[in-house]
Design a protein around this ligand. Structure first.
Ligand code: PMV
Length: 358
């Protein structure tokens, strides 16, 4: 809907404060490649995390007399962040057609992460999810159109997606599916919660092993663009779709072995795609490979179902059932931390989703 020049909302409420905490997520089946207005080339499934969060507070006000486009002042971790501010300004500019009230709005945005920026963990998913949730809370206050929770979260996921594709999945607790998959009601425009989760996945742990905290060598947008001309493009998109079916089934049935096999295959496929793209990128580091070898040897030796996955970077996510926590932590401390930068890791797990704090 294009916005009219006259302020169309009630003038009773013209200011307020909102705040949300939103988590990061780890993709089990990866989103890699996009089309149109940030729509995914294939469906993806993720686990929502618990400790890696962004908390965002927005002090907002509207001036019904002044339609001058969204105005923002932004601080991140208590400091001005011009690069981030520019990114958010651009993002808000792209969503005024779906949030027309923004044209009369001034937003004072304060954000901070619970995990260090230098941990090599992508914060765009949690930060865009927190921002989208704040925007939906403001929209509800101004228009009263999002009081039904399902509508609220769908819109939040829709907006988060336009900011950063994977952020669409961070809106939901435990596990989420994003992308067109009619069997599960999946849509390209926004993510949905995966509702059928077997109890063996309760509190599933994710040990994030920081092999390197260096800035990403290739941005996600550049990475997705590499798929446009990729020789394995079509086969990748159909395999990812198949893997979404398989992983959703494994999560419903508590089939940890099938889950783990898909998890590792997806991680290695993502990196293989990057190695074979033009230009080519090798984002694993020697420490990444050492950890992968040790995880596989440990699994064979201990018979414990511990599996790895990777983002588009060198750090490892080690996923395992909470019941095996003491043994796995001993394994991490004794064998894996020597490959991590300054022996750093984050002891995270499947989380309960975003939380409104104001
Ligand atoms: O949401 P983006 O554009 O940062 O892309 C995320 C890409 C991966 O993290 C590699 C995979 C995924 O599905 O999260």
């Amino acid at each position: 809907m294009a916005s009219s020049s006259k302020y169309p909302y009630s003038t009773e409420t013209t200011q307020g404060v909102v705040g949300w905490k939103a988590p990061s997520n780890i993709a089990l089946v990866k989103y890699w490649g996009k089309k149109g207005p940030q729509l995914p080339s294939n469906p993806s499934v993720s686990f929502t995390l618990s400790k890696c969060l962004t908390e965002t507070h927005i002090k907002w006000s509207v001036d019904p007399e002044k339609k001058s486009g969204p105005k923002i002042d932004l601080t991140f971790e208590g400091k001005e962040a011009p690069h981030f501010q520019q990114k958010i300004e651009k993002f808000l500019g792209t969503i005024v057609d779906v949030c027309p009230w923004l044209d009369w709005c001034h937003l004072k945005i304060e954000g901070h992460n619970t995990f260090p920026h230098s941990a090599g963990i992508a914060s765009s998913a949690s930060s865009m999810a927190a921002l989208a949730l704040c925007l939906c809370s403001i929209e509800q206050k101004l228009t009263g159109t999002l009081d039904e929770p399902r509508r609220f979260y769908e819109k939040a996921s829709f907006l988060a997606r336009l900011g950063s594709g994977s952020a669409s999945r961070s809106i939901f607790p435990k596990a989420a599916l994003w992308g067109d998959m009619s069997a599960f009601g999946g849509r390209d425009e926004y993510a949905l919660p995966v509702s059928n989760i077997h109890q063996s996945f309760e509190n599933f742990a994710d040990a994030i092993l920081i092999v390197s905290d260096a800035e990403k060598e290739v941005s996600s947008s550049a990475g997705h663009a590499l798929m446009d001309q990729h020789p394995y493009r079509q086969i990748r998109f159909s395999r990812a779709r198949e893997n979404c079916h398989k992983v959703i089934k494994a999560i419903a049935e508590g089939d940890i072995k099938s889950f783990g096999e898909i998890l590792e295959q997806e991680a290695l496929e993502l990196h293989a795609l990057m190695m074979l793209s033009q230009p080519s990128f090798i984002l694993m580091r020697p420490g990444t490979l050492s950890i992968i070898e040790k995880v596989r040897a440990y699994r064979k030796r201990s018979r414990l179902p511990v599996y790895f996955t990777l983002d588009a970077g060198p750090n490892i996510h080690l996923l395992y059932q909470e019941a095996y926590r003491p043994e796995v932590i001993r394994f991490i401390e004794n064998e894996l931390l020597e490959h991590c930068q300054d022996r750093r890791w984050i002891d995270d797990k499947m989380g309960t989703g975003p939380e409104q704090v104001r």
